[in-house]
Ligand binder design. Structure first.
Ligand SMILES: [Zn+2]
Length: 390
């Protein structure tokens, strides 16, 4: 049994407090967290928090690091991405292994990871990180719906038979037909699981549904999309996608770079507030769209926020801490305790990982140290580093 203290520790409700003791065993199971009451074995300079939860990644794209030009907008990113993948269709297995290792070293305990292939399965099976694999589906053409669903189902069954936690998930509102959305929702309603959607990542997505114009609309027309005529026009992206939210389980909306107050009001009027988490991936947003979401608006409405790294195709590293630093730089008014809470407790709540996320007795949440973070009001600045204690 080890008893430690630190200048500050993160409480289960997201406060950074002094004078606390954390007691854990060899396996990292928490036996006590509260005011110091015993002789301490070791004092850590700076802050101690539970391990991070990364709620959005694409591990299988790890070989595309530095391959896609930055700040070309989502329509540009998709074209460049398809080009890069065509020129290099066989992913380097070492890239996936290295990315998994990098995430562990960066203090990440669990990852909700998007899969279009089985490429990441072997690494996940032996990883120290807990993964949920989102088997991602899209069709674009109505003739492709049947195969998209049956291929996805095969991949899902493959994941389950390999003992990997998995569920079916749609890619994005502009790439998934009503029929495919419905099939995925029906499947998830039988399993009560996790569901995710890339949401309002570009202004082009709003233009597409509201005006039938813009760069994303043009790109999708070129790609042969043929289901837009089946969608009432004009509509709003959230209004349309929310018709296909599963009736049970947890919902993750990823990116939300162009989400607006009216979209949040619409969602929350549907009694969905407790079932939806909003995943922020600010470094990928800056990489692709050169913009970050309206985080002040999300906080004001009381939205549940989590953190994602997205993939190495649109990021230079897979580090939750670097994502938090980016938010802190743009929003110095957000307290460091609140940011750490999003990245730990909220992520674990979305992923339903009741053994992770907070220092509570019986949990094994991982234990991280930020030696340079010595004061509760101190911001997450560039110089702050993360080290694993457990
Ligand atoms: Zn993504």
């Amino acid at each position: 049994m080890k008893r430690i203290s630190a200048d500050l520790m993160l409480t289960p409700t997201g406060e950074l407090v002094a004078g606390h003791q954390l007691t854990f065993d060899d396996r990292g199971t928490i036996h006590y967290f509260g005011p110091i009451k015993e002789q301490i074995d070791e004092h850590f300079s700076g802050t101690v928090s539970p391990g991070f939860i990364n709620t959005h990644c694409h591990l299988e794209l790890s070989h595309l690091e530095n391959r896609i030009p930055q700040k070309n907008g989502l329509h540009g990113f998709i074209s460049d991405f398809l080009h890069a993948r065509k020129n290099d269709p066989s992913p380097d297995p070492d890239a996936i292994k290295n990315a998994d290792h990098q995430m562990w070293e960066n203090g990440i305990m669990a990852v909700a990871d998007i899969c279009n292939t089985t490429d990441s399965f072997a690494v996940k099976l032996v990883s120290k990180i807990v993964y949920h694999s989102f088997i991602e589906l899209f069709d674009i053409r109505k003739a492709a719906t049947h195969d998209a669903y049956s291929n996805g189902l095969r991949l899902y069954e493959n994941a389950l038979s390999s003992q990997l936690a998995a569920s079916l998930t749609p890619h994005a509102p502009y790439s998934v037909s009503d029929k495919l959305f419905s099939s995925i929702a029906a499947h998830n309603n039988t399993t009560d699981t996790l569901w995710s959607l890339h949401n309002q990542e570009s202004s082009g997505e709003n233009e597409l549904f509201e005006l039938h114009e813009g760069k994303l609309f043009e790109l999708m027309q070129k790609a042969g999309v043929d289901f837009y005529d089946d969608i009432p026009f004009p509509t709003e992206s959230i209004q349309r996608s929310s018709r296909f939210f599963p009736e049970k389980g947890n919902i993750l909306l990823v990116h939300n770079t162009f989400i607006r107050e009216k979209d949040l009001h619409f969602l929350f009027s549907k009694n969905l507030k407790d079932r939806i988490w909003f995943c922020l991936c600010p470094l990928a947003n800056l990489y692709i769209e050169d913009r970050i979401p309206d985080i002040a608006l999300l906080r004001k409405t009381g939205a549940q926020i989590t953190i994602g790294t997205d993939s190495l195709a649109s990021n230079h590293q897979l580090s939750v801490l670097e994502e938090l630093k980016t938010i802190a730089k743009h929003h110095p008014e957000i307290g460091t305790g609140e940011l750490l809470h999003w990245a730990t407790s909220n992520g674990a709540a979305f992923m339903r990982l009741s053994h992770l996320g907070t220092f509570e007795i019986g949990r094994t949440p991982g234990i991280l140290n930020f030696p340079e973070l010595k004061k509760a009001h101190q911001q997450l600045q560039e110089n702050i580093s993360v080290h694993r204690i457990k």
